[in-house]
Design a protein around this ligand. Structure first.
Ligand code: DOR
Ligand code: ZN
Length: 457
């Protein structure tokens, strides 16, 4: 049973909850791990007070796609460091990919991650199970068993499911289980050996490219199979114009597809041909970025997901050809995508929906992405105008691999609340506020009834 969490009054913030069409200045009261009242002026004498004047108060962010690296790659990241970084980024729930060592392809391994996350994590961790045993693409994993263990979907992310028969089987099975295939779309025949986008820059530098077609062929293939079976697929890290068009047409035809885009694919291009910008799929072109933004605005792309992919310095500090693919993305996500809001390319409420209620729907957990009274208190509070400079040496993530080093961003997470408890607070908050907000895992002050128990179910 859960103990009481202290009542918390979030005062005078700009409350934005796109799922309820709320955008108003007011108060929000949290008690007993839940949201009690939203909007208007609330008095609560017993409550600790957080002055949110000038800040946005919104549903906690949900990341559909990250790599926490445990078990097996603890030198890159752990559940403890990864979830801390997630909280700094405003994420209250993260879905972690199963490309660990060993991979999450049976119940015991999923249980292990869940247990470790409930002990050491500061945000909700929802594992994704493998599509195929060992991620080898040959034989489907025990998907029913994984579903029972509570996975939110199936993915061999990092690798595509190249064999079409295997993909068909997997879609039939996931369809019966009511879970999505979370699809990394890449045709290896076209992409193998590629380092950056195939185009102007790869030609200039003499680097082997990864063509847009490598992604689009797989998107087209899997949409066709999803249609055949009537199954649901979620396409991860969409990076090209062509993919956006394919998904748009598929949605028009009623195919059950959803899609996500990363902050880096929305803002960076192939011109950045260096190790910390090396990512799979690769950064593409200005035209692709335009299509991705339009797709996001028009609802072709449902969610923004980080694909947080931490690596060690050694993995990245080598020849570009040998460097690992991936960007450490939790801590820069909001700052990065807020540039789209400040440039007038997307409105704030739409952006928040792509980070909260939309991803919540995709994993069938709407209660995690809403500020509705009675819902668990997963809340992100951010300053849309605070300017800060990215400095990877201060990341909580072990992965310092960011292409945004030294960038000045405008928009910063100030407080992240997970089930009514403070998972992160920015150190610049006034000392008065700081004192009243106990962090998860921090020593409990006298008279504080905060639970020492895990906040996870
Ligand atoms: O850049 C990437 N890194 N893309 C993937 O698909 C996998 C990921 C990783 O695991 O590092
Ligand atoms: Zn991937």
């Amino acid at each position: 049973m859960k103990h009481e969490s202290f009542p918390l009054l979030i005062h005078n913030g700009r409350i934005i909850d796109p799922g309820q069409n709320i955008d108003q200045v007011g108060d929000l009261l949290v008690a007993d791990h839940k949201i009690v009242r939203v909007g208007g002026s609330v008095t609560a004498d017993q409550a600790k007070k957080l002055d949110a004047t000038g800040l946005v108060v919104c549903p906690g962010f949900i990341d559909l796609h990250c790599h926490l690296r445990e078990p097996g790659f603890e030198d890159k990241e752990t559940i403890a460091t990864g979830t801390k970084a997630a909280a700094i980024g405003g994420f209250t729930t993260v879905c972690c990919m199963p490309n660990t060592d060993p991979p999450l392809d049976n119940r015991a391994r999923v249980d292990w991650v869940k247990a470790k996350a409930s002990r050491e994590g500061v945000v909700h961790v929802l594992p994704i199970g493998c599509v195929t045993k060992g991620r080898k693409g040959e034989e489907i994993s025990p998907m029913a068993e994984l579903a029972e263990a509570g996975v939110v979907g199936f993915s061999d992310d990092g690798e595509p499911v190249s064999n079409l028969q295997v993909m068909r089987c997997a879609l039939e099975c996931s369809h019966r289980l009511g879970l999505p295939i979370i699809d990394h779309c890449e045709d290896k025949e076209l992409s193998r050996g590629g380092i950056i986008n195939e185009g102007r820059v790869s030609a200039r530098l003499g680097l082997k490219g990864i063509p847009a077609a490598s992604e689009e062929i797989m998107v087209a293939r899997d949409l066709a199979v999803a249609k055949l079976i009537g199954a649901r697929i979620h396409i991860v890290h969409v990076s090209t114009c062509g993919s956006v068009e394919l998904i748009r047409q598929a949605k028009e035809k009623g195919i059950l597809v959803t899609a996500e885009v990363t902050p880096h694919h929305l803002t960076l291009t192939e011109e950045l041909a260096y190790a910390n910008a090396k990512v799979n799929p690769p950064l593409r072109t200005e035209d692709d970025i335009k299509c991705l933004i339009v797709g996001l605005k028009e609802g072709v792309i449902d969610a923004i997901a980080t694909d947080h992919a931490p690596h060690t310095l050694k993995d990245k500090k080598c020849y570009l050809e040998l460097a690992a693919f991936g960007i450490s993305g939790f801590e820069t996500a909001l700052g990065c995508v807020m540039s789209l809001v400040h440039n007038g390319e997307i409105d704030l409420s739409t952006l928040i929906s792509k980070l909260s209620c939309e991803p919540a729907k995709i994993i069938g957990k709407s209660e995690l992405g809403t500020l509705k009274a009675g819902s668990p208190a997963n809340i992100t509070i951010f300053d849309p105008n605070r300017e800060w400079v990215v400095n990877s040496s201060s990341f909580a993530s072990k992965g310092k691999n960011t292409p945004f080093e030294g960038y000045q961003f405008k928009g910063k997470v100030m407080v992240t609340i997970v089930d009514g408890r403070i998972a992160y607070r920015d150190e610049s908050l006034s000392s008065h506020v700081m004192k009243s907000l106990f962090l998860i895992g921090e020593d409990v002050g006298e008279g504080d009834e905060r639970s020492e128990e895990s906040h996870h179910d």
